[in-house]
Design a protein around this ligand. Structure first.
Ligand code: AMP
Length: 433
């Protein structure tokens, strides 16, 4: 039989990576708690129709689609928003607004595998539904800011745009929705020339082309000023002017809230998902040119799924990419780890005592492995070392008579006899660094 491998784009997470994944996931959950987002768990498999409804051609073409045994067209979720929108349009329909909903888990896209791009990856997803006000947009960016910091990133930046600017212009120029989406997708891939050509082919005015040419290149870090200038640039396109004003308001609130994170406004910034209607943003770290998270406002999605008109703003973070980011930023905090100990009975007759002591340590939140290979002391200590344990707890007859054990600090290579009652106290007072 040939040797089995994981399917292309799928990965195994062994100990360290699994721990890091759960750490970032746990951090995302804590941030959700701090901001009042309730966790919901939705299925990995949803109807193709639901997931395809507004995903945008890009994501749609990369879904894992199949027929289940009942002949239903289903797919693995490529993101969370459609599932959340389904819930809000149905089960949660009559609940009081706003909703703050959080999800975390694996999502699936048939992307071309490379560093930071996988076919199974993890997202944390936050949706704030029911408010069309700029403070809701600001909140989604602020919680993203909190998550990045708490996960251990110390350098990252926001890239910010507003779909309403471009849509405002194209709508007033009577460019079809479908063409608009195609234009956005080209812009998302930074194919600005092709995007502009497509707009030109749609028969827009000369002034429109002039405005768009200036707009796609327009960006800057003095974000309030840039948003203001965009407003001037698009004069005459009423909805686009409104959009620029909305962008300026959101940025104003962010700055007032004390957010010090670097921001760049890019007027030509677009995102692949079709459902955005307002603010859009992504998070980047300096040494990686892939986004760690992205989100924005989508005011019409819930209606599309048959719900009450519900303005909404949300964000999805790539947990795998946050992990990569944390690894690349050298002075990132180390994960807080529980103290660890290997409990080793000196002889067979003391196995029961060793198990008992192990249970006592676990009750005091020490991570414990018990020696189960029947190794002699020297070999057992070697093994504990290899497993990067902080301590070895040696259970011997002589010490037991005095209700004590030997605790060996494996990092410092020193040991002492300690009363059983005081084991954890000793471990806490000692550094293993
Ligand atoms: P999107 O909804 O496409 O903006 O995705 C949200 C976030 O998910 C992105 O900012 C990435 O961090 C992450 N992400 C998207 N696609 C992948 C992928 N193929 N592999 C790993 N992470 C991804």
């Amino acid at each position: 039989m040939s040797e089995f491998k994981t399917v292309r784009g799928m990965r195994d997470f062994l100990s360290d990576e699994a721990e890091m994944l759960r750490y970032v996931e746990g951090t995302a959950r804590r941030v959700a708690g701090l901001y009042g987002y309730e966790e919901i768990v939705t299925p990995v498999v949803e109807s193709y129709e639901l997931l395809a409804a507004k995903a945008g051609e890009e994501v749609r073409s990369r879904m894992f689609v199949f027929k289940d045994l009942g002949g239903r067209d289903v797919a693995l979720r490529p993101e969370f928003t459609a599932s959340v929108a389904r819930l809000v349009a149905t089960t949660l329909r009559n609940e009081p607004r706003p909703f703050r909903l959080f999800s975390v888990g694996a999502v699936y896209r048939y992307d071309e595998p490379q560093r930071g791009r996988y076919r199974e990856f993890w997202q944390s997803n936050y949706e704030l539904m029911g408010s069309k006000r700029p403070e809701a947009d600001a909140e989604i960016m602020l919680l993203t800011d909190s998550l990045m910091r708490k996960a251990g990133l110390n350098r990252f930046a926001f890239k910010i745009g507003h779909v309403g600017v471009l849509r405002g212009i194209l709508n007033q120029e009577k460019v079809e929705d479908k063409t608009q989406s195609a234009v956005m997708q080209l812009m998302d891939k930074k194919q600005y020339d092709e995007a502009l050509r497509k707009v030109e082919d749609a028969g827009v005015s000369r002034e429109c082309m002039t405005v768009l040419r200036r707009l796609v290149e327009f960006s800057g870090k003095d974000v309030l000023a840039v948003a203001g200038e965009i407003g001037v640039l698009v004069e005459g396109y009423e909805k686009a002017v409104e959009a620029a004003k909305n962008l300026r308001e959101i940025l104003g609130l962010l700055l007032e809230s004390g957010c010090k994170t670097e921001m760049t406004v890019e007027a030509g910034f677009a995102r692949g998902l079709e459902y955005y209607t307002g603010l859009i943003f992504e998070v980047y770290v300096p040494d990686m040119d892939i986004a760690l998270g992205g989100g924005g406002r989508y005011d019409r999605l819930i209606e599309l799924f048959g719900g009450e008109p519900t303005p909404a703003v949300g964000v999805a973070h790539g947990i795998d990419r946050i992990m990569l980011g944390v690894q690349t930023q050298k002075n990132a905090q180390r994960l807080e780890k529980a103290k660890s100990a290997m409990v080793i009975p000196i002889k067979e007759e003391l196995r029961g005592e060793a198990l008992k002591i192990a249970q006592m340590l676990r009750d005091a939140s020490v991570m414990v492995e018990v020696e189960v290979m029947g190794r002699k002391m020297a070999k057992a200590l070697e093994d504990a070392d290899r497993r990067k344990m902080d301590y070895a707890v040696i259970v011997g007859e002589r010490e037991l008579k005095e209700e004590a054990v030997v605790i060996r600090n494996l990092r410092k290579r020193v040991q002492e006899t300690v009363k059983i009652q005081r084991m954890t106290e000793r471990m806490e007072n000692q550094s293993t660094a």
